[in-house]
Design a protein around this ligand. Sequence first.
Ligand code: AP5
Length: 223
Amino acid sequence: MTLQLRTRCVFLGAPGAGKGTQAKRVAAEAGIAHISTGDMLREEVRSGSALGAEAKTYMDAGKLVPDQLIIDMVKARVERPDCKAADGSSAWILDGFPRTLPQAEALDQSLTGADALTHVISFAVPEDVLMGRLTGRRTCSKCGAIWHIEHNPTKQDGVCDKCGGELTQRSDDRPEAIGKRLEVYRSQTAPLLAYYGDRGVLREIDANRSPDVVFQELLNAMQ
Ligand code: AP5
């Protein structure tokens, strides 16, 4: 593997752009932490915590949960030992964070010089493709693997190829919630492209190609 140990990367993109699919794969390849704020919130919901109950009302409606809640959650997460590379520096992929300007500013403030962001990758996919990706997505309830009923189906309907777990559909992958999530992306998250573009760390990739081609391009972009 030729990725730098000290990768601190943000994956930016609309719902369904393929951030989670690729973040799992790149993180496994590079041996660094994959931090998905969506997965963390869904875990809170599953655990029945007060935070999970609060977050669920926003998530099911396709809205963003409040900034401070997410910022505190990510700050605590990046302190965990799996976010440190062998040489002691921080190494992680942030998937789904930041997605508002206040979140991006909080991230900047928390990263000191030596631990600054190394890459921000924007996943470009036309909006008409995203709806089909999201309505057809299925997720393993046991290992979290991401599948698609047409683009990446399992051998047996409803059963994960990797671990035999049951596949489920996310409660925010209904057409009404997807519409709201896309609207929220356009108004609150897309402005981050200019924010990171101005800082010279942004790289856009065409993510409307096969997962293997996107993966290779990501590895090239993150060398
Ligand atoms: P989150 O879980 O982060 O959802 P999202 O950003 O809407 O992104 P998705 O997980 O839907 O899409 P993805 O880009 O990861 O695509 P995937 O790889 O799965 O957030 C959920 C909610 O939590 C938010 O709405 C919000 O309420 C809350 N939240 C989270 N973070 C927050 C924050 N920072 N601030 C506030 N609130 C926050 O792929 C999708 C499908 O496409 C899959 O079926 C996959 O198999 C398929 N696919 C992937 N790549 C390809 C390809 N190249 N070709 C064909 N199919 C593909």
